[in-house]
Design a binder for this molecule. Sequence first.
Ligand SMILES: Cc1cc2nc3c(=O)[nH]c(=O)nc-3n(C[C@H](O)[C@H](O)[C@H](O)COP(=O)(O)O)c2cc1C
Length: 212
Amino acid sequence: MRPQGLSGAPGGAGASVPGALRRHRRLGSVEGSMDTLTAIHTRRSIRDYEKRAVAREMIADILWDAAQAPTTPVSGPFLFHVIEGVARIADLGARAKQYAREHRSDAHAWADRSDFKVFLDAPVVIVISGHADNSESIQDCNRAGQNLMLSAHARGLGSCWVGAPMPWLRSPQTRSELGIAEAFEPFAAFTLGYAASVPPSHSRERPQIVWV
Ligand SMILES: Cc1cc2nc3c(=O)[nH]c(=O)nc-3n(C[C@H](O)[C@H](O)[C@H](O)COP(=O)(O)O)c2cc1C
C-alpha cells in the first residue's frame, strides 16, 4: 500500500497531499523565485522595460498568485484583463493621457508632461476589476495588486502600479473596448515586463509603532 501523509509519494506530491499544499510545493520549485521577505524588501517600481513579450503561462501564474490575496467572505472572484504588445499599449497610454487632459483636475498635472508615459512602454498591462456593487472590491483588488507585484518580482519580472490611467479605464468607451463587463469596476492597473533597468534601492523610514 502506498504510504499516506506528506512524504508518501515519489516526488513529494502524494495523493494524500491537499491540493493547495501540492500547488504550494510546485511553487517552491519555480525557477528564479525568491523567498517572501526578500521579495517584499527588494521589489521596486519598474519604469524601464525590455520589449520582449512575457509568456502567457507566466502571466497566468502571476494572476493566480494575485488571486490568493485575502478577500472578504462575500467577495466574488477578481476579473483580470491582460493587454499585450508594446506598440498597442503605448497607443492606449497616449489615449489615457489625452483623456486626462480633456477631463483635467489638479491631480492630472502629469498629463502636460511630454516625457510622461502612462504605461511606461511596457509589453504587458494588467487591469484588476472587482464587483461594482461590493464596497469591499476596491480593497480586495488592491490586495491582489500587491500580491501581483510581489509575485512578478519573485518570478524575475518587473511591475509598476499605475494610477494615471484609471479615469480613462473607467470611461464607458474604454470599458466597452476592453470588454469590462458592466457588473465589474476596474480598480487597479499595473505594467509588467522584464526590467531593462532597476532603480537603486530606497531607504524607507521605520514606521512609528505604538505598543499598547
Ligand atoms: C495607487 C498607486 C498609483 C501609482 N501610480 C503610478 C503612476 O501612475 N505612474 C508611476 O510611474 N508610478 C505610480 N505608482 C508607483 C509609486 O510611485 C511607487 O510605488 C512609489 O514611488 C514607491 O516606489 P517603489 O514602488 O519602487 O517602492 C503608483 C503607486 C500606487 C500605490
